[in-house]
Design a binder for this molecule. Structure first.
Ligand code: ADP
Length: 379
């Protein structure tokens, strides 16, 4: 049995087949073409034997294998198409096909496959998490992304912090809105950095508060699926804070996250939140790249000395206690807030002193991660 596909705009605009098998094989092949026509490639990839059998009203058990052959051959034709494009479909960054998870409905699996195909050309996907808002998660995400870009990497920055998508403001992109294309929504480009934020969809920042519960996760899902990133070395994802439904949707939908960076502040009370974030990653099997303790000490604008104004060491203590890497302490530096208010990334504008040094060191860790990923891929 062989199938030929005509693909138009990611969908099976035409499908035909030949078989030199028996009448059942003819019936199954023909039903497979009917069922697959008009589907997206990802949808055609999950065409199953049972679906064909059901549509045919059943077949004698001794010829049921014809339905399996038809389903498998349609899938193989779809894979051939993707290999010819060199665009991985339903495959994660390691080239593995995403499998259906236990308890996952077909619809959920399909959703995840579509997303995996979307993000398949991105080598490293790093989510930035925090136990609560206001600890500098978005600031870290922006500065990491811009540092990686300065190191010559192709970088995307995705802001899915539905509570306060602040990245457009931090990069001076508040007036930008989303441009659609046949491939999906196009990220806004700034000096080579590809940026996509839920903020671009909102008339005003206050609009986020009208989304509630399931509506919020629906918006996040839709948004993740619809962005056309193209090839990237890194995608930095600014997640909603906490460990609730919203960060959960982000982390569950992207099933091959390279890892998570957890941002916290130095006080002891923040330790509870950072522990929760690490446990959250462990439950979801997301590698913890490391913990960053932000606003750790204060950089005097006059002499550049770091003074400990709050109790410090909370982030390191938790990282050590839970056996995850500690990436460093970023001090409180008025230049960071000022750069952000000016719509610029600190590492490129106003950046100097200990805060800049620490941000550079953290980016080095992420750059090495890419080398390790590549090495693993070469094995
Ligand atoms: P979150 O994303 O966790 O809600 P933000 O990144 O939006 O937090 O940071 C909250 C505020 O704190 C912003 O005004 C930001 O400029 C400021 N900020 C973050 N980190 C620092 C720092 N190390 N020094 C000075 N200001 C900082």
């Amino acid at each position: 049995m062989e199938f030929w596909l005509r693909i138009d705009d990611g969908k099976l605009a035409g499908i035909s087949f030949i078989t030199d098998g028996c009448g059942s094989s003819l019936a199954c092949g023909s039903m497979a073409t009917v069922l697959a026509a008009g589907r997206t490639i990802e949808e055609a990839l999950i065409l199953e034997k049972d679906e064909i059998l059901e549509a045919l009203g059943g077949l004698p058990p001794e010829v049921e294998h014809c339905a399996e052959l038809a389903a498998n051959t349609v899938q193989a034709a779809c894979w051939d198409y993707f290999s010819s494009l060199d665009r991985p479909a339903g495959k994660n960054g390691n080239g593995e096909m995403s499998k259906r998870r236990e308890g996952e409905s077909e619809e959920q699996y399909l959703e995840r496959l579509q997303l995996t195909s979307r993000l398949g050309c991105i080598r490293n996907k790093i989510v930035v998490l925090s136990g609560k808002g206001g600890v500098g998660k978005s600031t870290v995400a922006v500065n990491i992304a811009v540092s990686l870009l300065s190191a010559g990497k192709k970088v995307g920055l995705l802001d899915v912090d539905i509570h306060g998508p602040s990245i457009p403001t931090m990069l001076g992109l508040e007036k930008e809105s989303i441009i659609g294309s046949s491939e999906g929504m196009l990220p806004v480009e700034q000096d080579g950095l590809k940026v996509m934020s839920l903020g671009f969809l909102l008339e005003s920042q206050d609009d986020a508060v009208i989304w509630r519960g399931p509506r919020k996760t629906g918006v996040i899902k839709q948004f993740l699926k619809d962005v056309a990133w193209g090839d990237l070395d890194y995608l930095i994802i600014d997640s909603p804070p906490g460990t609730g439904d919203e960060p959960l949707s982000v982390c569950q939908l992207i099933d091959d996250l390279t890892g998570a960076v957890v941002v916290t502040t130095p006080q002891k009370v923040a330790a509870v939140d950072v522990r929760k974030s690490i446990s959250f990653c462990r439950e979801l099997k997301i590698p913890v790249i490391g913990v960053i303790e932000n606003m750790s000490g204060f950089v005097c604008p006059g002499c550049g000395q770091v003074t400990r104004i709050l109790r410090s060491g909370g982030g390191r203590m938790v990282a050590d206690g839970m056996d995850v890497p500690f990436l460093g302490e970023i001090p409180m530096d008025p230049g960071i807030a000022e750069a952000s208010d000016l719509g610029r990334a600190f590492v490129k504008h106003l950046g100097q002193g200990p805060a800049l040094e620490k941000m550079k060191m953290i980016s080095e860790v992420l750059l090495n991660l890419d080398i390790e990923t590549k090495d693993q891929g070469a094995l």
